[in-house]
Design a protein around this ligand. Sequence first.
Ligand code: TXA
Ligand code: MG
Length: 340
Amino acid sequence: MILTQILEDSKANRAFVIEQLVAGSCVVLPTETVYGLAANAYNNRSIATIYNLKGRPHFNPLIVHASSWKSVAEMIIVTPEIEALAHAFWPGPMTIVANKKNKDDFALASAGLDTIAVRIPQHPLFQEILHNIAFPLAAPSANPSNYLSATNAHDVALGFSQPTLMKTDQETLYILNGGACAYGLESTIIDTTHPAGLCILREGPITAAALMQKGFSLIAPRQTEGIKAPGQLSRHYAPQFPLFIQRAYPREDQAWLAFGAQTHNHSNVTLNLSESGSLEEAASNLFTYLHQLNIAYLNPQRQFASVAVQSIPEEGIGMAILDRLSRASTPEFPLGKDSL
Ligand code: TXA
Ligand code: MG
């Protein structure tokens, strides 16, 4: 367990956070997708602290966040396709996996792979911090491994208040409060290393349709290659409550996570991801509501035995919402071999 402290956004606190990063500490920063647990991507000791704080297996690589295209171009072997992707979607909620320029760089952050995941984030606070330091920031989502991602400072603090995490040298984890994350889902991860085309490794705010509309050709992930993004395991975002998705209505003993027009009013506990049926609004509320339901479930006087989620349309960012929900959900069939 580590002490957490939320820092309200101010000039002094931004300067303090920069000092912490320069000294090699990890800090939590807001991004437009989810909060990130950030540290100097070149400092192996800081990166080791990230892995320990999250309880993350060392084979699961991190995303490196850069301030500019110039900085990205120093890290990876640039292709015309990568340049076009960058032009179309950066800064923003897109991560690309590309071949490293120098295979020895980012040994720990990239878990020893020859490829590296990079992104130029859009959030003004994250951008400002990056522009005031001389190194890129490795930043996984700011949550213990295999737990819900956090889209506000309070949920980050709550996630790290669990006593099960590994011991680290760092005593306090500072969280810079940037309010709620605009997208609320992690970035889309695109593998650019296949000659045949781009491959989406993780669905996210940049949809397949948006990529195709800009003229990019996509290939389906190939099962035989094994798991390229370990976050893609079939059960990854485990909340403590049983979760059932794509439902028409809840059972009597279920909390109801609705979407769009209410089809059912009888549940004791009801939250609506978006009353107007906006998938973007639903995405931005998803993790916050799952955190709220988790707290309610852990209360000894809880009013429900499990959670049912109303059907989410399989279109646009709905695909990414369903991806997260299905990996947070309770399997109704025997788990496949990839479910650890
Ligand atoms: O929106 C986001 O992407 C957030 C914010 C903080 O930027 N970050 C985030 O990081 O979601 P994380 O560590 O929770 O998820 C990164 C995913 C993991 O599933 C990891 O396996 C995959 O990216 N990944 C990282 N490097 C990779 C690589 N070289 N090849 C394939 N997958 C990689
Ligand atoms: Mg994550």
